[in-house]
Ligand binder design. Sequence first.
Ligand code: ADP
Ligand code: MG
Length: 644
Amino acid sequence: MNLNDSVSILPFVGESYRKKLERVGIKTVFDLLHHIPHRYIDFSKFTKIKDIKEGELISVAGEIISIKNQPTKSGKLMQIGTLNDESGTISLIWFNQFYLIKALPSGSRVIISGKASWFNRKLAFFSPQYEKMDYDHETVHTGKLIGVYPLTSGISNKWLKARINFALKKIKIDDFLGKKTLKKYNLLDFNDSINKIHFPKSLEDIEKAKERLSLNEFYNLLLESKKRREKLTKKKSIRLTVDNKLLDEFINSLPFKLTSSQERAVAEILSDLDKKTPMNRLLQGDVGSGKTIVAAISAFVAFLNGYQTVIMAPTQILANQHYELFKKLFPKIEISLVTSNSIKHTAYSNIIVGTHALLNKVDEFKKIGLIVIDEQHKFGVKQIELLTKSTKFRANRLTMTATPIPRTIAKTLFSDMDLSVLDEMPQNRRQVKTWLVPNEKREKAYEWIGSQITNHKSQCFIICPLVEESESETLKDIKSVKSEFIKLKTVFKNFKLGLLHGKLKEKEKNAVLSEFTSRRIDILVSTPVVEVGIDIPNANIILIEAADRFGLAGLHQLRGRVGRGDKESYCLLFSENESEKARKRLTALTKINSGFKLAELDLKLRGAGEVLGIKQHGVGELKIADWSQTKLINIAKEILESSS
Ligand code: ADP
Ligand code: MG
């Protein structure tokens, strides 16, 4: 048996179980062995029957002296067994488990684990764990620390554990770390740690095993990004030189002066572009910090060198917005738009803006010198790889994100990229005033919005959440935003309302947004499709429904839709969830304006998966470790560096 073998190699894993396992992410024996308990129950305390106390978690060894079916009041059957040891007897009660009559006939020697409770004035076990001791073997399900696994319907803890136990007996995992290294860092051997995480003898076993397996995870992430970097540095780059005169002319023609962090990022990029190895840079900057113009400047440099730039954005709306902006910025340059619905391009366009629909087209462009990925966290690593792989040359790559990735994570997950940070906002910005509005003030809030529109020519977004947790919008979501739209039309009778969601045709989306931009619409009712990138500086109010359903990072992104002009801006949050935890998160948003601080808080409250959008894409998802283990991350780095 090999670690890479499919789980179907194991006894009792037929097609139906194989599929069930796949649903929890288990395909290979390796996956199975890395599917670890999320908690443990301590069944290690053995007691004589006469000493059993109510509610105490214990194990008993004894003999079944009788077992029978007995009807319950509700007409079902329960199985009542009697367990005996030298100190006394106790009843064992299960419900609707007919097979037990045959599985545990009287005379069976068993170990029972669980808590006893009162039944007919005597102590009894209800649905205890049990395990036969027919032959002399170590118990798997009872009598010790027992792992409880994350499961899916149709797979029981007991079944899963038995499969893992079988695999462990057949396999010895070779350690990729040498004995010396293990000793130096006081780490458990790989094979040991896998055994101990499933079948620990003590709490210390669990801790040491977890430590070692966490280290493996960090090590592998670091190794992957190291490999990516090595692959990249082997390629010869397309060197792009800079014509300072033309570039300065362009920058001076902009309606604003670059912030000093924009200037710094531009300088870093220009120096990368002129290097022998391709650029691979991550541009990180809070919502509204002005990343697009940095990308535009880079694209201009590629153009001056006779190369094409491809810019990929996660939504049609955003791609279209970039397309319109670039046409304005570069009236003399040929700009194309590639989305699933509109393909306005020629193979020779200078700048090609698009959504993931670009992935199928990119081979048509023969002279790509620069690839820009906007809102990187919305894409999977695979999509990004596809985009860069399909270009014949090793084009320079600029990745942009508003997700403030904490340093430790950036250095582990993305250590193949160099980092530029926009750490300041353009000067005209004001902080968005954020309020958590109690439901009883909803009418007042609507009135206030109306008066702002009338008196200050304000414009407002109203965001309905997605009903179901899914990456794209479902029919239910569309239905709910539509019914909210109808309701709001009666609330805001004297105003013009627009409706926007992901399932509208591209033309319709663009029409609505252009009406909003040109102020023919006062209130835009929308799903979170506007979450990323949309830039409508006159809109200065955003109302977010069921804000508790979003992560802080998502809310901060949404809030970033306003506060882009010189008007005072407002964000109104409504919440359906009255819990302390939800309140705390939302209150944090009313007090904290920095995306970076919010991300750190979100990281603590919800975990990295949610913060980085990792969960959606499975990128760098940690199964065992967590991102707070800075010390282990550093050890993993040290080990990796010393091994090469
Ligand atoms: P993000 O970093 O979120 O992508 P954008 O690039 O969309 O931000 O920029 C947000 C807004 O700020 C845009 O309207 C843009 O024109 C404007 N902007 C960008 N840089 C500056 C600057 N240096 N001074 C003033 N406004 C700027
Ligand atoms: Mg942007």
